[in-house]
Design a protein around this ligand. Structure first.
Ligand code: AMP
Length: 114
């Protein structure tokens, strides 16, 4: 997998507004927020897309989702709700090829998404 801007954020080569970190997960505010809360949760190991996940990533992805949901609840959005989105490839609009989970909250959202 080629290096991405998110690998540079993990290595602290470019700045980011980091809101959460543990051994396997990093989370930082999206530079172009689409909701009052818009945080990206990424695995520290580079995985390009959802298509690249294997059995070996099961625990890693579980931890990624748990980190996001715990953060959403800690920020007070457990009851009102929030949205978690993972875009995969062109038709979903993926632009950064380091798997990331968008956590969006703080406004009512539409369904279906555009
Ligand atoms: P996606 O379209 O699902 O690949 O989402 C990529 C997201 O990364 C977009 O919402 C961008 O606004 C966001 N993004 C790109 N560069 C940065 C950056 N340097 N810091 C924070 N977020 C970024």
């Amino acid at each position: 997998m080629t290096d991405t801007i998110f690998s540079k954020i993990i290595r602290r080569e470019i700045p980011a507004d980091i809101v959460y970190e543990d051994d396997e997960v990093l989370a930082f505010r999206d530079i172009n927020p689409q909701a009052p809360l818009h945080v990206l949760f990424i695995p520290k190991v580079p995985i390009a897309t959802l298509n690249d996940l294997t059995e070996a990533d099961t625990l890693r992805i579980g931890k990624l989702v748990l980190a996001a949901t715990r953060y959403a609840k800690a920020q007070g959005y457990g009851e009102s709700g929030y949205r978690c989105v993972v875009n995969c490839n062109r038709d979903a609009g993926q632009t950064v090829f380091h798997l990331h989970l968008h956590l969006l909250a703080g406004r009512a959202m539409q369904w279906p998404p555009g």
